[in-house]
Design a protein. Structure first.
Lengths: 229, 334
């Protein structure tokens, strides 16, 4: 995991992504004090993670295993590393990166918008919104790494993850879990940030993403533990 | 004691390709075992199964007396693996890579650091130790792979085609190293070229189209391949020489090939005498002799063919072999 994090830190794609996110936060925070209300500004900032920055998450996570398909057997799994250790380290390092960046950008921005922005923000609403978007990103990252174990080609894993993520509305409708639809959640963010929500619904969303993430990770681990290298 | 034992080891990929078919392999402790076969014979598949990188379709693998599985890290901790054309993390240099492998094996820093430095020196990569691995030549990459396979001071070395892509100097270095390491470790080394590794091996296993057709001591193997075949590289009136051979009483079978003649002597120990007579004829024919080549490799091919023809005699033999399932020794190993 440590080696993977060092490798990610050296990646220019990751650095550029971090820079763009920081730039967006720098632009968003002052806007909350003038032409935009604080809930809309913070909702807009949070919404970019599942809608726009998801593309960077997919790019950085879909190659976690598939891009190393030759190296992993020669240099890692032929040594004293179990399949579980390897795949869990891959998922963990991606989650640390994604959640680390997410919190690094949103926590200071949320504080500044709440402190200086125009309009009411509920503290609990901010916590719920950050938690739910964070869990959504956990699911997306897990999904990307899982597909990276299924496919030997990074591009296929990338397109697969992208397809599943952008068809999430249809998929959630198919399984009758519309409350997990990313678009519906993003639409509800301004209201949630103002405290206009039902706590049980928020718990349900959080639990739904957690269950989906654990399921995806379990499938990935199970598949990878039996995969021929 | 056997370090590696496989029982009826079979690997079929996606129900489409039989890569290995009922191999019963035994590698005794302290030996150098050569796994030989042409490309696609199943050598790499066998090695990947031995390391738990792949799971067998049928049969099992035991290493150090325990069953090898994808998660048997305690067994792999005692193995040093060198893959064919090894691939390393691109953004690392040799020092970082060896340190990384050492950490994976859980070797403490005060042991790991001096050991990696000693290994880099031993494989002659000190001057390239700061270079990114992707910039290393094939020979340097193999030498780094050799160092990585030794970082955990393993009891068993598994080297897959260690001489592949190397120049003659690199091949010699690798063969000499196998000979040296073989004095204290058990080694399984694969190659598609028997001549490359034969002189350093105690045991040989021959794979052909996924079937282990021979497994046993080198002496037993050479008994079959010692047919006294050589090739004379000539220039001049080769046809004239052939005409003389045709009528001479020398006990040799011969074939005219390209710029030379291929000779096959009987196995009764008269080769030196008969060869001296042939050379006398070469001299008399006024032909220039440039070189004498051993035809050991061709003999191995002939050996494989002979065994396969022998095996093709009937299903009863196959059924008998299945019943014998345990242990492999001598011809008809599979």
């Amino acid at each position: 995991m440590q080696a993977d994090l060092v490798s990610l830190a050296r990646s220019w794609a990751v650095r550029i992504w971090l820079g763009l996110m920081a730039l967006q936060a720098i632009v968003t925070v002052p806007s909350s004090t003038s032409d935009s209300t604080a809930p809309d500004a913070l909702a807009g900032l949070l919404a970019t993670f599942p809608l726009i920055w998801s593309l960077f998450i997919i790019i950085n996570s879909s190659g976690a295993v598939s891009s190393e398909s030759g190296v992993v057997a020669d240099s890692i799994l032929s040594k004293s590393v179990t399949r579980y250790e390897y795949i869990l380290a891959k998922i963990a390092s991606r989650l640390v990166m994604v959640l680390g960046f997410f919190l690094l950008i949103t926590l200071p921005a949320a504080y500044l918008i709440a402190r200086y922005g125009i309009g009411e923000l509920a503290r609990d609403g901010i916590v719920w919104s950050i938690l739910i978007i964070g869990m959504m990103l956990v699911l997306l990252t897990s999904l990307a790494v899982a597909l990276s174990t299924l496919f030997n080609r990074t591009m296929v894993a990338m397109i697969g993850t992208w397809g599943v993520w952008y068809a999430a509305g249809a998929i959630t409708a198919l399984f009758r879990v519309e409350f997990l639809s990313p678009l519906d959640i993003v639409d509800a963010l301004p209201a949630t940030l103002q405290g206009d929500y039902v706590a049980s619904d928020q718990w349900r969303i959080l639990a739904g993403f957690a269950v989906a993430s654990v399921t995806v990770i379990s499938i990935a681990v199970l598949h990878f533990s039996r995969k021929d290298l | 004691m056997n370090i590696i034992t496989t029982h009826n080891l079979t690997k079929i990929y996606k129900n489409k390709h039989i890569a290995l078919n009922g191999a019963n392999l035994t590698v005794p402790k302290g030996t150098v075992f050569g796994l030989v076969g042409p490309n696609g014979a199943g050598k790499t598949t066998t090695i990947r199964l031995l390391l738990g990188l792949q799971s067998p379709t049928a049969g099992d693998v035991r290493v150090f007396g325990e069953r090898m599985t994808p998660n048997a890290t305690h067994l792999r901790r005692r193995i040093g693996f060198l893959p064919t054309y090894p691939r390393f993390p691109k953004d690392m240099n040799p020092i970082l890579y060896l340190d990384f492998v050492g950490r994976i094996f859980g070797i403490p820093t005060d042991v790991r650091k001096p050991r990696l430095a000693a290994l880099l020196r031993a494989v002659g990569l000190l001057s390239a130790s700061s270079q990114k691995v992707q910039t290393l030549s094939t020979g340097m990459t193999t030498r780094l792979g050799i160092a990585a396979s030794l970082i955990n001071d393993p009891e068993l070395l598994i080297w897959d085609e260690p001489t592949a892509g190397l120049d003659p100097e690199g091949r010699k270095y690798t063969i000499d190293l196998i000979q040296e390491l073989g004095q204290e470790k058990t080694i399984l080394v694969s190659s598609h070229n028997l001549a490359d590794i034969q002189k350093v091996c105690d045991y040989i296993g021959i794979l052909s189209e996924g079937k282990l057709i021979f497994s046993g001591p080198v002496e037993e193997m050479t008994r079959f391949t010692r047919s006294g075949a050589i090739e004379l590289e000539l220039e001049g009136d080769i046809e004239g020489l052939c005409a003389r051979l045709e009528v001479s009483p020398i006990e040799v079978e011969w074939d005219r090939i390209g710029k030379g003649v291929q000779l096959r002597f009987k196995r009764d120990g008269t080769m030196a005498v008969e060869l001296s007579k042939v050379l006398q004829l070469v001299n008399e024919a006024g032909v220039t002799l440039y070189a004498i080549h051993s035809l050991q490799d061709e003999m191995v091919d002939a050996f494989i063919q002979l065994l396969e023809e022998e095996r093709a005699h009937g299903f009863s033999r196959i059924l008998r072999v299945e019943n014998e399932a345990n242990g492999v020794s001598g011809i008809d190993a599979g």
